[in-house]
Ligand binder design. Structure first.
Ligand code: HEM
Length: 434
């Protein structure tokens, strides 16, 4: 680490260039020394100073959150990922990354100058390092490089000093820590003393009502979302509706987990990228398709693809053996395979057998088991269940209540009690800054 404090050991010099990744390298603090480094580092510090770290404590793609705090579109994260892969001078540059730099310049200042490079540089520096931190890697960035006075490249381990040292020491530490905390907040709720009771919302108002009632996170019910739009459930038909709902729910001040049925027949990595960029904290993905199951290998591959595309997303793998009443004997094998593929939690709707629940909790170890709210909460807690979902129960209850309210009136009864107009209207202001 002393090497990082020693001015004789410098960052690798990069040639000047007027476009693409080469231009970016040649204009950021990270690959410069001397007076240029001082000037560019000052630009970086002033940009970071304008962002209150606590405002970054939110779930989802850390770069999307940081970009938004810098006044840039959340979708900028996609181009940042492409450039990150070729940012270091020892990495070969792709044409795709050069094109991404041009698009980034257009949104981040529209001038090929140091101020624009500083904005892009901050997002690039945040990308792989913060995601690695969220994934729990220690240290998140294993090493950096310097050129010795003799011109030799030296790899400097960051063991014991994860944010570096000296004049290039990471200026984004507080921001990185806040982003990582936000991205991990949903996962942490699965480690509390009591199981996480996750109510299933079907629109913004139902989710906001749950938040106002003090629920620490909200999920969605695919039946509720589909039925509210006159569409069938579990048919892959509600991608657009689900994304629109996710975009509204991320306004709420709690983590949001979205039910994506079987993945809507989409590329799992693209779907994961879309959701994490919006800012959702987790997804539920099921292995049921119609009245059958997809193969365990296919589902495991989908889960791995989601985790590589969006490591911060809490993936709750739903095993539909009990739900569909097929291959119940494969339940544990599937649950373990999905956990092995990277699932952060396993959900087995329809499972009520207490002995099997206890065995599964034991086999899954650190991976939380999620069940439907079919047994009393206290019993599920005692069995070691970490998350309890209501599924479509609140949606069905709301429909029942709505119909019976009008029915009572039709039969000559007095109008039943309900939430006031003002209270219901006020729900759309939950999560909106005063
Ligand atoms: C919001 C997230 C982050 C931002 C905005 C950020 C920003 C930056 C910037 C601009 C630099 C270059 C400074 C310079 O050359 O003067 C830098 C360097 C560095 N960052 Fe970060 N960073 C973030 C996250 C992280 C994380 C999570 C880690 C790992 C724990 C990390 C580790 C480092 C290290 C080790 C260096 C120094 C590299 C060297 O000396 O060669 N950064 N960071």
């Amino acid at each position: 680490m002393e090497i990082l404090d020693d001015p004789r050991f410098v960052v690798a010099p990069v040639p000047d260039a007027d476009e693409g990744v080469a231009w970016l390298r040649a204009h950021v603090a990270r690959f410069s020394e001397g007076i240029e480094h001082e000037r560019r580092r000052a630009l970086t510090l002033s940009l970071l100073d304008a962002i209150e770290p606590s405002s970054l404590r939110r779930p989802g793609h850390p770069v999307a959150t940081l970009a938004e705090a810098m006044g840039l579109p959340r979708a900028t994260a996609a181009d940042i990922e492409v450039v990150t892969a070729c940012y270091q001078p020892h990495e070969p540059v792709t044409a795709e990354a050069d094109a991404a730099v041009a698009r980034l310049v257009a949104v981040a200042g529209n001038a090929w100058d140091e101020a624009t490079a500083a904005r892009i540089g901050i997002l690039i520096q945040a990308c792989a390092a913060t995601r690695s931190m969220i994934a729990g890697n220690e240290p998140p960035v294993p090493a950096t490089r310097r050129i010795s006075p003799a011109g030799k490249e030296i790899v400097v381990s960051l063991e014991g000093g994860p944010f570096g040292a000296g004049r290039h020491e990471c200026p984004g530490r507080d921001h990185a820590l806040a982003l990582a905390e936000g991205a991990r907040s949903f996962r942490e709720l699965h480690r509390a003393d009591d199981p996480l009771l996750l109510p299933g919302a079907w629109d913004f108002a139902s989710a906001a009502a749950f938040v106002r009632q003090g629920f620490r996170a909200v999920g969605t019910t695919s039946l509720g979302v589909a039925a509210a739009h006159g569409l069938p459930d579990a048919d892959g038909a509600t991608h657009g509706e689900t994304i629109a709902l996710a975009k509204s729910l991320v306004r709420l001040p709690v983590p949001v987990s979205i039910d994506v049925e079987g993945g809507f027949d989409l590329d799992p990595a693209s779907l994961a990228a879309e959701l994490t960029t919006i800012g959702v904290a987790g997804v539920n993905i099921e292995d049921g398709r119609g009245s059958d199951l997809v193969s365990m290998d296919q589902q495991s591959a989908a889960i791995s693809a989601i985790k590589s595309a969006a490591p911060e997303l809490f993936v709750n793998a739903r095993v539909d053996t009990y739900w569909l009443g097929v291959s119940a004997a494969d339940t544990t094998r599937r649950a373990m395979a999905y956990a092995e593929a990277g699932a952060d939690g396993v959900f087995i709707p329809g499972l009520r057998d207490r002995k099997l629940i206890a065995e599964l909790v034991e086999s899954l170890g650190e991976v939380p088991l999620n069940l439907l709210a079919e047994l009393p909460l206290q019993q599920l807690r005692d069995l070691g269940v970490r998350r309890v979902s209501t599924g479509s129960l609140p949606f069905r209850a709301a429909l029942t209540q709505a119909v019976s309210t009008v029915d009572i009136y039709r039969s000559g009864g007095s109008v039943p009690e309900a939430m006031s107009y003002e209270e219901a209207e006020g729900l759309c202001r939950v999560g909106v800054a005063e």
